[in-house]
Design a protein around this ligand. Structure first.
Ligand code: PNS
Length: 166
């Protein structure tokens, strides 16, 4: 995907966001600073994935927490990420790397996406160190078992998690 240097760079930040965490939000803030436009693209999971939050709920939460960023929008996709990126005429895929343990899988995905669409660049960014141990999976588990997720997710998400697991 070639683009004119005058055109704002569109980056796609894909993920499951089940739910969005403060680590995701930190990365969105960093991405919004360096890319002209940033689309947070939620994967429409298959039925068998059993996400905790529906696509509608995940979209609502992401729209609420990204509202302060004027160049960020929220969308969803299914199928291959490169097909969605092509459709959106995106230039960059943004992914976060929290620790070395993320690197191997992220490298494999980035290389495969490059093979499928050589014109699309994957850019990795690092979240703040205090979020380096944070994941949506752990947040779901802590909430389900009655632990506190304060400081790990935005307040709006904390409220929804509490309502969900009661
Ligand atoms: O939040 P996650 O689970 O880390 O996000 C993973 C995601 C959505 C980026 C990845 O599963 C994905 O891109 N899925 C779409 C299907 C696809 O393109 N698969 C090939 C990847 S090389």
């Amino acid at each position: 995907m070639t683009y004119s240097k005058m055109e704002p760079v569109l980056a796609i930040y894909p993920g499951s966001f089940d739910p969005v965490t403060n680590g995701h939000l930190d990365l969105i803030g960093r991405g919004a600073k360096i890319f002209g436009r940033l689309t947070v693209a939620i994967l429409r999971n298959t039925e068998k994935d059993h996400p905790l939050f529906s696509l509608t709920e995940r979209t609502e939460m992401l729209r609420e927490v990204t509202a302060p960023f004027s160049n960020v929008d929220v969308d969803c996709f299914h199928g291959l990420l490169v097909d969605y990126a092509r459709e959106r005429k995106a230039h960059v895929l943004l992914r976060g790397i929290r620790a070395v343990s993320d690197y191997e899988f992220e490298l494999q995905m980035a290389m495969m996406n490059r093979k499928l669409e050589p014109g699309l660049e994957t850019v990795f960014m690092l979240p703040a160190v205090e979020y380096s141990y944070l994941s949506s999976r752990l947040v779901r588990e802590i909430a389900r078992l009655g632990g506190s997720v304060s400081g790990l997710v935005p307040i709006a998400v904390e409220r929804r998690l509490r309502a969900k697991v009661i």
